[in-house]
Ligand binder design. Structure first.
Ligand SMILES: [Zn+2]
Length: 142
């Protein structure tokens, strides 16, 4: 980054201008920030948990990006069908319930599943057992 080092020395002591160069430097190096949702500027930069736009002063939370990642997560049942929040599924294998002697029998219907992160990627409530987590590979969409 010698060329930037050279540029710094010739900048006037105007903080706004210096900030502009700083942002330009960052964008070149990382170039992973999303464009400003307000004005479309590509010269956005991050500040803690926020993105900031130097052109219109718009600020927005980074969380928007990670939500999109969660939505893009693909969870499939034993037959390869896509599962979504609110789906009903059927258990295709007897499953022992952790920490109890209960077993979720094959053929058990589970309503209104919720997809979550982790090894057990389905959060649900089963009649007679209660809240538990299942693996998507052991269910099929009903
Ligand atoms: Zn903007």
């Amino acid at each position: 980054m010698d060329s930037f080092g050279y540029g710094w020395h010739h900048l006037p002591p105007d903080s706004r201008f210096r900030r502009g160069w700083f942002i330009y430097d960052k964008v070149l190096v990382m170039s992973t920030f999303p464009p400003c949702p307000s004005c479309g500027s590509e010269y956005t930069y991050e500040d803690g948990a926020m993105y900031l736009c130097p052109e219109c002063a718009h600020e927005w939370a980074k969380d928007a990006g990670s939500d999109a990642d969660t939505d893009a997560r693909v969870i499939k049942d034993a037959n390869g069908n896509l599962l979504q929040d609110g789906d009903s599924v059927t258990v295709i294998k007897d499953l022992k319930v952790k920490g109890s002697s209960s077993v979720v029998k094959v053929g058990t219907k589970v309503k209104n599943i919720r997809l979550v992160d982790g090894d057990h990627d389905i959060d649900c409530k089963i009649d007679g057992i209660g809240a538990m987590k299942l693996k998507s590979e052991f269910v099929k969409k009903s």
